[in-house]
Write a protein that binds this ligand. Structure first.
Ligand SMILES: NC(=O)c1ccc[n+]([C@@H]2O[C@H](COP(=O)([O-])OP(=O)(O)OC[C@H]3O[C@@H](n4cnc5c(N)ncnc54)[C@H](OP(=O)(O)O)[C@@H]3O)[C@@H](O)[C@H]2O)c1
Length: 251
């Protein structure tokens, strides 16, 4: 730990190695944050190490493991002794009709998207003081029903409900807790759902039709919203969900 690094605000991003998390890491770094980002896939971890500025700490930590969450908290304590902002962003989605959902798929989505994020917050909380804040990554899917995403939709609904409880619980400690719900964003997540290229194009077209702005959002637009919620300008905002979705939930 150096006095220079300690003077900077410190942020943690779970799932900061690709997509929305990676774009947010770049944005927060440009704003002067010292950063720790996590992921679990050795390939994307290595790619992120190359793509992010050299002073960003890229850690392998599987959200399904509470031991890994302990290790992330210990690393933050060792390097910075504090944490000003956490973007609890990592998430997985399985596109499957109800008949094709097995217990393993159901549990995996809840373990990463809900349980892992909750316990990560529990472990890092001792490092967070007055004025610090947390943003969970929700989704418009928590408001807008779409087929073949039942368990994933449940995870995001659970997160948004948890935010309200945590915001009230942590407000006396001066810690703000919010969520940010992206609409569709073209990230590597889209390529993990197992559709062939023509299927992906069709899906993009169908989804764009239900977004009033008629397009996908960009990861930079999402990063900007997260940076706002982390900033002092959002100092009186807690317990809320910010939709960044081109009007999808309003429609
Ligand atoms: N893209 C959209 O249209 C959209 C819309 C609404 C909400 N969201 C939400 O936005 C968030 C980010 O998604 P994205 O679109 O940026 O997807 P993405 O590019 O697939 O990024 C997901 C991130 O989560 C990490 N992750 C996954 N499983 C993990 C685990 N077990 N332990 C640790 N890290 C893990 C991934 O790391 P690895 O590469 O190491 O697995 C990656 O860094 C998610 O919560 C997603 O639900 C996305």
């Amino acid at each position: 730990m150096t006095s220079a690094s300690n003077a900077k605000p410190v942020a943690l991003i779970t799932g900061g190695t690709t997509g929305i998390g990676l774009a947010t890491a770049k944005r927060l770094h440009a704003l002067g944050y010292a950063l720790v980002v996590t992921g679990q896939n050795p390939v994307t971890l290595e790619a992120a190490r190359k793509e992010l500025p050299g002073d960003v700490v890229v850690l392998r930590a599987d959200l399904r493991s509470l031991t890994d969450a302990d290790r992330v908290a210990a690393e933050l304590k060792h390097r910075f002794e504090k944490l000003d902002f956490a973007f609890l962003n990592a998430g997985i989605v399985h596109f499957r009709p109800i008949e094709a959902v097995d217990e393993e798929s159901f549990d995996a989505q809840f373990d990463v998207n809900v349980k892992g994020q909750y316990f990560t917050l529990q472990k890092i909380l001792p490092l967070m003081g007055r004025g610090s804040s947390v943003v969970f990554c929700g989704s418009t899917i928590a408001y807008v029903g779409l087929p073949n995403q039942g368990p994933y939709t449940g995870t995001k609904g659970a997160l948004l409900a948890m935010v309200r409880s945590l915001a009230v619980e942590l407000a006396p400690r001066g810690i703000r807790v919010n969520s940010m719900s992206p609409g569709p964003v073209d990230t590597p997540a889209l390529h993990k759902i197992g559709l062939p290229p023509e299927g992906l194009d069709a899906l993009r077209g169908e989804i764009s039709k239900i977004v009033p702005m008629g397009r996908f959002g960009t990861d930079e637009e999402i990063a900007g919203a997260v940076a706002f919620l982390a900033s002092r300008d959002a100092g009186f905002i807690t317990g809320t969900d910010l939709a960044v979705d081109g009007g999808m939930t309003a429609a």
